[in-house]
Design a protein around this ligand. Structure first.
Ligand code: NAG
Ligand code: NAG
Ligand code: NAG
Ligand code: NAG
Length: 196
């Protein structure tokens, strides 16, 4: 009798310990946390703002040199692509986006896409109007979040910014890296100076 009640207590204590572990491993990032990523640029000076609360997107950015801007977009890892687009009009069509994903084997891919139209064949990998600094891109999955990092070579990035997230479990693949339609998207305006 005694023994079994002790083992029941142990059982529940173990369950509780497991659930604490689970909570700790859940998606966590906020503008109060420091980035601890190995990036080709300094991450200590980045401005940080929640940019898309529905999908818990957090953007960090800073003007590095007069014509280089550093960006790190953080989002929950839902086994789908995440994208940040820059648009002259606020519309998807005509914009260029930095798109990243982490494949099942853990390898990350970051590509620019030109969004020439709504149809999949008009969304073209490795094209677009952004000047991405050579070897500046990376995407890392950590603690259930992905961190998409890149540098743009421009004196002033476009302020009309789009974010999107792909279908769960659908990862672009070679050849062509066709981008399946997003699961959700949003069009925003970013004031780089004030961070609003
Ligand atoms: C600016 O970029 C260079 C190289 O691209 C990097 O070495 C440096 O750490 C960056 N500075 C900041 C403040 O991010
Ligand atoms: C933007 O990029 C697309 C695809 O690379 C190209 O067709 C278009 O001419 C570019 N637009 C500008 C304004 O450079
Ligand atoms: C940015 O572009 C200019 C002009 O094309 C080039 O001279 C410069 O080296 C580029 N800077 C970086 C960091 O790639
Ligand atoms: C980018 O990476 C490639 C392959 O590692 C390297 O050959 C090239 O020199 C790098 N370019 C710059 C500007 O660092």
């Amino acid at each position: 009798m005694k023994l079994s009640s002790i083992s029941i207590i142990f059982f529940f204590a173990t369950l509780q310990a497991l659930s604490v572990l689970q909570v700790n491993s859940q998606s966590t990032d906020s503008c109060n946390s420091n980035l601890n990523l190995d990036l080709p640029f300094d991450t200590s000076l980045l401005n940080c703002l929640p940019v898309w609360s529905r999908h818990d997107f957090i953007l960090r950015y800073v003007r590095n040199l007069s014509n280089v801007w550093n960006f790190v977009l953080s989002a929950p890892d839902t086994n789908s692509f995440v994208a940040m687009g820059f648009s002259t009009t606020g519309q998807m069509v005509g914009s260029s986006a930095v798109v990243g994903w982490v494949s099942a084997d853990g390898s990350g891919t970051v590509k620019q896409y030109f969004l020439g139209g709504q149809r999949p064949n008009l969304v073209v990998a490795d094209q677009g109007n952004l000047t991405i600094v050579e070897n500046s891109t990376s995407i890392t999955s950590r603690s259930s979040r992905v961190y998409l990092a890149f540098q743009l070579n421009t004196s002033q990035p476009l302020s009309r910014v789009l974010y999107s997230v792909g279908q769960i479990g659908v990862i672009p693949s070679a050849p062509g890296f066709a981008l399946a339609e997003h699961r959700d998207k949003v069009s925003t305006v970013l004031n780089y100076r004030t961070g609003n």
